[in-house]
Design a protein around this ligand. Structure first.
Ligand SMILES: C[S@@+](CC[C@H](N)C(=O)[O-])C[C@H]1O[C@@H](n2cnc3c(N)ncnc32)[C@H](O)[C@@H]1O
Length: 374
């Protein structure tokens, strides 16, 4: 059994725990912006292929006291790097966290690199090259108080980069956050789903992938573990094949998105083609003020603009009021969810909140508001 650490957006730890339970991980323990778990190599590959809400899966390989640059250098050299890295392989180092002394991530990463290449030079007379873009081995150093934790990053690039969405609108949701919002909304594929301000379509697209049991990682060409020394291509191919044969061909209920901006609708449609669900979904141009409910019950979910720039928020008050009025008058029987980063605007919705869940949209603290529409 190997220990793993999955990173996740702040506030979404409980969602990530539930997801890892569904993926049959063992010894699941939530932490700050991440979740510890254990499992074998098959689980590592499965989590990378199937996780919808996680950013990265790290494999911690060493923890040591690390209060200054010397301790850092020595700690890094305590590892026999040949197990993971030969001089013909490239690598890169990512640093997260800090303490009073090691508080400059670029310098800290350089120190880790030096310790590794010095060990290689001593042993082999040659060293690995650095490839910051697509390294064979991506190493993560996390500093927390007086501790340093070195991990191998099995995902490579963040798992929110599914690979199906080259076209993005203004302020698109990260795919991982969209998937998490659907979990928080307790949406299940047998319920109709509508995003009336869909932008580039992230919420309906993530919902369709989930409903059709399409592995979110199946669009990606690369994961970090694919260039590791112990990569098992047969196991990976087998898991991808299993995922493919488990895909469903039809949605059990309608999933739709609309937006008043025709450019956004075109982007959403393009993205749906990219992930092979265009024949299942419907995206169309419509302003909220003329929108009718497409079914007598379902989940209506959206993230309206928050008005982060000065002056914008004031103008948005009427849009939030329109949202509340539309839901109240024309979506009886539905459950509504609105993600917003602006409390004052949320008040303009004018409906009684059934639940509030704090989540982060990037660095911005937001709330997912729930409304039961009778
Ligand atoms: C923050 S974006 C949504 C981003 C989207 N969730 C995504 O992932 O791409 C807000 C969207 O609301 C749309 N919008 C603003 N006012 C609207 C209205 N009155 N009716 C319909 N859509 C509207 C904008 O065109 C914009 O695409």
């Amino acid at each position: 059994m190997t220990s793993y650490f999955a990173t996740v957006a702040r506030g979404l730890e409980p969602v990530a725990v539930a997801e890892l339970e569904r993926l049959n991980a063992d010894n699941i323990q939530p932490d700050f912006a991440g979740v510890h778990f254990t499992g074998d190599r098959t689980l590592l590959y499965q989590v990378n292929l199937w996780a919808r809400t996680l950013f990265r899966v790290l494999v911690p390989i060493h923890q040591f006291v690390c209060t200054d640059a010397d301790q850092l250098y020595r700690g890094v050299q305590e590892i026999d790097w040949e197990i993971h890295l030969t001089p013909t392989m490239t690598f890169a180092v990512n640093c997260t966290g800090s303490n009073d002394v090691l508080n400059h991530s670029h310098f800290t990463a350089l120190q880790v690199k030096n310790a590794i290449v010095d060990q290689q030079r001593q042993r082999f007379g040659e060293r690995s090259d650095i490839d910051p873009k697509l390294p064979d081995l991506l190493i993560n150093l996390h500093i927390r108080q007086d501790q340093g934790i070195l991990s191998l990053d099995s995902s490579g690039t963040s798992l929110h980069r599914r690979g199906y969405r080259p076209a993005v609108g203004q302020a698109p949701l990260k795919e991982t956050l969209a998937a998490a919002l659907l979990d928080l909304a307790e949406w299940s594929p047998d319920l109709p789903l509508l995003d009336p301000m869909c932008g580039s379509g992230t919420l309906p697209l993530e919902a369709s992938l989930k409903a059709l049991k399409i592995a979110p990682g199946s669009f990606r060409e690369h994961f970090g573990f694919m260039t590791w020394r112990d990569f098992d291509p047969e196991l990976w191919q087998h898991l991808c094949h299993q995922a493919e044969i488990g895909e469903k061909s039809e949605l059990p209920a309608l999933i739709q998105g609309c937006d008043r901006n025709p450019k956004m609708v075109t982007q959403a449609q393009f993205n749906a083609v990219q992930c092979g669900v265009a024949d299942q979904l419907r995206f169309w141009e419509q302003d909220l003020n003329t929108l009718e409910a497409p079914a007598d019950r379902g989940i209506v979910i959206c993230n309206p603009p928050y008005g982060e720039r000065l002056g914008e928020a004031q103008k948005l008050g009427s849009l939030y009021k329109l949202l509340g009025d539309t839901f109240k008058q024309r979506f009886k029987g539905w459950t509504a969810f609105i993600l917003t980063g602006n409390r004052d605007l949320a008040k303009q919705i004018g409906l009684r909140t059934a639940r509030r869940t704090a989540v982060y949209n990037g660095a911005l603290p937001c709330t997912l508001l729930k409304y039961e529409l009778y």
